[in-house]
Design a protein around this ligand. Sequence first.
Ligand code: SF4
Length: 208
Amino acid sequence: MNDRVNTLLKILDEIYPEKISFITENDPWRFLVTVMLSASTTDKQAIKVAAELFKRFPESSDFAGAEIHEIETIIKPAGLYRTKAPRIKEVSSYIARNGLPHTEEELMNLPGIGEKTAACYLEHVLSLPAVIADTHFVRVAYRLGFTDTENRLKAAAEIRERFPKELWSRMSMVLNLHGRTVCKARPVCSECALKDLCPSSVCGNAVP
Ligand code: SF4
């Protein structure tokens, strides 16, 4: 890593010293379902909808005989409910039969588990290093020049290649937080602590 990247990460570390999880569910199966629900909606909405879903289906085994229509009705406020409902049923039934996944490969073989959901699970449930390339992370990583692409999958691969494993989880969190608070879709560069080092700053002194 070059000096600029090191300095950027150090500043972000100072701004966001605490580990913050937006989905704090401790039960691994419930965590996975909540992350699945969070696709294309906010974490807050996913958590709310998940709570309703778990009231009706408290255990993964409860999904075995569940009607897709009933699941759809409950999760409709989280969006993409026609896609999410059968996947949640299938993943839950799989876990009820086979137990929880313990590897990335196992996770990725489950229906509807994409790279981001798998990374969240690896990091939160299994405490393994993971690049959680959500929209906020990729936007900030791209603007800071940590990756050359805004494509989520490619960006995650580039970050894994360019940065040591020990940094992945921490980077995921600080870039995500910075993207939610300052480096939003419309960045507030004038208030950004990185503005003099960021190649995308509209008001700093960084050389693009
Ligand atoms: S200077 Fe602007 S573009 Fe760069 S990280 Fe800060 S808010 Fe984002």
